[in-house]
Design a protein around this ligand. Structure first.
Ligand code: GRF
Length: 202
C-alpha cells in the first residue's frame, strides 16, 4: 500500500513509522510522500534523511481551506496514495478531503478520546486531574478528533508528572501504537461498522 504522511512539526511519529517499515513491523507498505504545511517542520529533515520525497503546501498560497484541500487531494490522488497518515498535522481537513479518502485517513491523538480533543490534549488531561490518560489512533471524519477509534492504550498519570514528562511517556506509546494500527489497516484487518472498528487478528 502507498502511504502519505502529513506533518507539521517534529515528526517523531513519522520516524517511528519509517522504522517500523524498515524493520518489517509494517509489511507491504511504502511512504511515497511526506506532506507538510510548514516548510520549517523538522519532519521534512527526517524525510530527506530517509530519502523519502516531500512536498510543502503553504497555507498562504491558497485563497481558502477548500482550495488548499483540493490541491492536496489532487496531489495525493496523483501519487496514488491508499492511506493518509496524519502525524502531528495541525490542520483540520475539509469534508471534501474526508470524502475523497473516507476511512483511509488516520490520526493519532495524545489522550483517551473522546476526552481532551484539540491541540492541548496532554496539558488539558493533566490540568483536569485525571489519573489515567493515554493515546488514541482513529480514522478521521469531519469533526475534530471524532472519527472511529482503531486502537487506544492507557497509561497512569503520576503525581509528579509535568506536561513534558507525561508527553514523553505518551510519545513512547504513540510510537508503538501508530505502526501497529497502520499495519492492521494495510493487512486489511480493520472492519468498520458504524462508529466501531473491529480488528480481526489471528
Ligand atoms: C503527537 O503527540 C500526536 O499525538 C499529535 O501531535 C504530536 C506529533 O508529534 N497529534 P511528532 O511530530 O510525531 O513528534
Amino acid at each position: 500500500k502507498r502511504i502519505a504522511v502529513l506533518v507539521s512539526g517534529n515528526g517523531s511519529n513519522l520516524e517511528a513509522i519509517i522504522n517500523a517499515i524498515n524493520t518489517g513491523r509494517i509489511t507491504n507498505a511504502k511512504i511515497v510522500v511526506v506532506v507538510s504545511d510548514k516548510e520549517e517542520a523538522y519532519a521534512l529533515v527526517r524525510a530527506e534523511k530517509h530519502k523519502i520525497p516531500s512536498h510543502v503546501f503553504r497555507r498562504q498560497d491558497y485563497p481558502s481551506r477548500e482550495a488548499y484541500d483540493r490541491a492536496m487531494i489532487a496531489f495525493l490522488q496523483e501519487k496514488q496514495v491508499d492511506l493518509v497518515v496524519m502525524a502531528g498535522f495541525m490542520r483540520l481537513v475539509t469534508p471534501e478531503f474526508v470524502a475523497a479518502f473516507r476511512h483511509r485517513i488516520m490520526n493519532i491523538h495524545p489522550s483517551l478520546l473522546p476526552a481532551f480533543p484539540g491541540t492541548r490534549g496532554v496539558a488539558d488531561a493533566l490540568a483536569y486531574g485525571v489519573k489515567v490518560t493515554g493515546c488514541t489512533v482513529h480514522f478521521v471524519d469531519e469533526g475534530m478528533d471524532t472519527g472511529p477509534i482503531i486502537l487506544q492504550e492507557a497509561i497512569p498519570v503520576r503525581p509528579d508528572d509535568t506536561v513534558e514528562s507525561l508527553q514523553a511517556r505518551i510519545h513512547t506509546l504513540e510510537h508503538r501504537l501508530y505502526p501497529q494500527a497502520i499495519d492492521l489497516w494495510v493487512r486489511g484487518k480493520i472492519k468498520i461498522i458504524g462508529r466501531r472498528c473491529f480488528i480481526d487478528e489471528q
